[in-house]
Design a protein around this ligand. Structure first.
Ligand SMILES: *Cc1c(COP(=O)(O)O)cnc(C)c1O
Length: 400
């Protein structure tokens, strides 16, 4: 078998360089652990950006995948399939929403939410043709399509990909005054992450989401929560908006909905809003396919059966309290909710990436987001003992 070094060489030679991965080649995984091709074991502290909340290769998710593979995998939405209805019913139930529209990736679901908000704006709010505005936040991350990167404030994300799609207005995150000031009679929606994950796990002030909801309601603007990263128990509740009982008008989900094995995403809303989408007006060949629905159903069942919201809440708080006890002058800030944590380093400590490389040597995989911050987001099936081990590794990496 080829070595990690050789595999990295041919990956770099034949694959576009749109990522800068840590130099580790994973060939096997189970639960919270992954192994490289040389057989070295690592704790996965990224969980594929929170797409593996249930742990790698969860037996119940794999069983659903295998069972469904033996029956039917793809029908398109030209026909009904027997897995879609029950899946969406379950998804709506856990989300406290009335209706769902299934897609595949997070970015596609964000696009779907944008289309829905605009159409609702024209047909229900009566915004003049092509005048709909959507407000978004600085340092947002909503995916990589040409529309979405057009309202990014990260130069890497948008530079060279213009012209940007019109109809978006950018305001500071965690600033309800700015939101209120930005709203006009043509505003149809406010698209926001309950915690900004890619921006470095930015947690807004307490009460922000509740206030956002109130402002949106007052001005007849749709509150659109992108829960792609924060959803499905990652922050200690099923969805991050539940921390403030700030139920959005449209919720976007993805990542962990696929149980770490398959891309499954969706938007959820009320019929009053979703009714504006009629047959032929939106769709996806793979969205809502029976394999995705079987996997998604199992992924939801695992979260519920193993009470991963509770575990995420308890171990997340424990993890951050233990992080705070590490004797070092390098940590500037520790923030997060549930098992989504950002550890920001002082600039005097140098950039975050060398610490990630050190932790990798010690058997733990974590990724830097922006220069100074390391995100810790293990699969939610992690145990307290394993959290203690992770703390030891982090402490050691910060030594010297
Ligand atoms: C990952 C992510 C997306 C995009 O999901 P993809 O499946 O990569 O397209 C959108 N929004 C947020 C908040 C994300 O973290």
């Amino acid at each position: 078998m080829a070595s990690s070094k050789e595999l990295i060489r041919i990956t770099e030679k034949y694959g576009a360089h749109n990522y800068h991965p840590l130099p580790v080649v994973i060939s096997k995984a189970k639960g919270i652990w992954v192994w490289d091709v040389e057989g070295k074991k690592y704790l996965d502290m990224l969980s594929a950006y929170s797409a593996v909340n249930q742990g790698h290769r969860h037996p119940a998710v794999l069983k659903a995948l295998k069972d469904q593979m033996e029956r039917v995998t793809l029908t398109s939405r030209a026909f009904h399939n027997d897995k879609l209805g029950p899946f969406l019913q379950k998804l709506c139930k856990v989300s406290q929403m009335e209706v769902a529209l299934p897609m595949n990736t997070g970015a596609e679901a964000v696009e779907t939410a944008i289309k829905l908000a605009r159409k609702w704006g024209y047909e229900v709010k009566r915004v003049p043709k092509n005048k709909a505005e959507i407000i978004v936040c600085a340092e947002n991350f909503h995916g990589r399509t040409s529309t979405i990167v057009g309202f990014s404030t990260d130069p890497d994300a948008y530079t060279g990909f213009g012209p940007a799609m019109p109809g978006f207005k950018i305001i500071p995150y965690d600033d309800t005054k700015a939101l209120e000031n930005a709203i006009t009679k043509n505003t149809v929606g406010f698209l926001v992450e309950p915690i900004q994950g890619e921006a470095g796990v930015k947690v807004p002030a307490k009460g922000y989401l509740a206030k956002v909801k109130q402002i949106c309601r007052k001005h007849n603007v749709l509150f659109i929560a992108d829960e792609v990263q924060t959803g499905f128990c990652r922050t200690g509740k099923w969805f991050c908006w539940q921390h403030e009982n700030a139920k959005p008008d449209i919720m976007i989900v993805g990542k962990a909905l696929g149980g770490g094995v398959y891309p499954v995403s969706a938007i959820l809303s009320s019929w009053n809003i979703m009714k504006v989408i009629k047959p032929g007006q939106h769709g996806s060949t793979f969205g809502g396919n029976p394999l995705a629905c079987a996997v998604g159903t199992a992924a939801l069942d695992v979260l519920a059966q193993e009470k991963l919201d509770v575990r995420s809440q308890q171990l997340g708080e424990y993890f951050r309290s233990q992080l705070g006890k590490i004797k070092t002058k390098k940590i500037k800030d520790i923030r997060g909710k549930g098992l989504l944590t950002g550890m920001e380093l002082h600039t005097s400590a140098g950039k975050a990436r060398p610490y990630c490389l050190k932790m990798k040597e010690m058997g733990m995989l974590a990724k830097d987001t922006h220069e100074q911050t390391i995100r810790f987001a293990p699969p939610l099936v992690i145990t307290k003992k394993e959290v203690d081990w992770a703390i030891k590794v982090i402490a050691k990496a910060l030594e010297g």
